[in-house]
Design a protein around this ligand. Sequence first.
Ligand SMILES: NC(=O)c1ccc[n+]([C@@H]2O[C@H](COP(=O)([O-])OP(=O)(O)OC[C@H]3O[C@@H](n4cnc5c(N)ncnc54)[C@H](OP(=O)(O)O)[C@@H]3O)[C@@H](O)[C@H]2O)c1
Length: 310
Amino acid sequence: MNVLVVGATGDVGSEAAKFAVAGGHTVRALVRSTSNRDKLGEAKTRVEFFEGDMLDTASLEQALTGIDAIIVSIRLTPGETKKGRTYKDVEEQGIQNLIEVGKKKGVKKIIHVSAAGVGPHCVSDMYGAKHQAEEAIRNSGLDYTIFKPSGMFKDFRFFHIPAVIKLGETSTWPTSPIEFHMNPLSHVDLAQCMADALTNPKASYKTLEIGGPDTITQGDLLDMIAKEAGINAHYTKGVSKEDLIARVKSSPQPAFFTAEQLEDFLIDKEIDHGIIQNIFGIKFQRVSDFLKKAVPEIKAAMSQGAPQPH
Ligand SMILES: NC(=O)c1ccc[n+]([C@@H]2O[C@H](COP(=O)([O-])OP(=O)(O)OC[C@H]3O[C@@H](n4cnc5c(N)ncnc54)[C@H](OP(=O)(O)O)[C@@H]3O)[C@@H](O)[C@H]2O)c1
């Protein structure tokens, strides 16, 4: 299959491109002049790079020539925000552009990443754009697979693990509620499913919530990190969603996440991993195996004052 990967220099997209190459597909990557092509590792030499932008439809006309399927894993990055672009521009209009030009060019299938919890009830600019993008894909007439992942291990690396190590012996998590459930997963496993969905008929015309095999609470995760780090901490108290949102609303400083985004993100969600297993049949990485490797790495990097791994 001839595949265009959009977001091929991102965390998820680069892994999906590698799996697509390994699966024998001919892969073209839509990149910008500033994109980090090294994210593709050894697959870099086996991918055709095409410079363009989702918001530049003329570039998409060329990028999509001869393409059978699109894998898209994009988000509004800080670089896009600096250009004055919004969630609506990149995460909604960008997808609509891919659909419109893709259909004209004879594309048959689109594989997309959204997020668990995205839906018509969402109130934030971020999840609103993601929902509209999902709807545009479902109504496009193209074959599609939309993946809606739970939290990913990669975020634990730069946030949860360093935070637990810094907090040390404690029972309070100052950042969020601890009782909500999640099914964290490796972005590499997600990417493998995305590449498999190119040809897997069981994934056709499906919107799939995707999580790993472990259903845990945020508190369980924090306790697991502490144990792995050799810290005598047991988390029994978090901050309620209501308090967190009130805190953001009353703060004179702009917060990292808006009140609306917190409203959408902070949900108690359990994903049925069995559905994903049945469709893709791959062995997903477990949280405990991820932490066994990641926690000592990050602890060592922090104790040497080195920049934390991402
Ligand atoms: N992290 C999580 O736990 C989590 C959970 C659920 C869902 N997700 C979703 O998963 C998706 C992938 O996330 P990620 O962490 O892999 O993202 P990422 O590493 O930040 O990658 C984003 C990619 O989008 C590309 N991009 C942005 N604007 C573009 C434009 N206008 N034209 C062309 N390319 C553009 C970027 O290109 P450049 O390299 O050129 O900037 C980059 O390759 C996102 O939609 C995210 O919301 C993540």
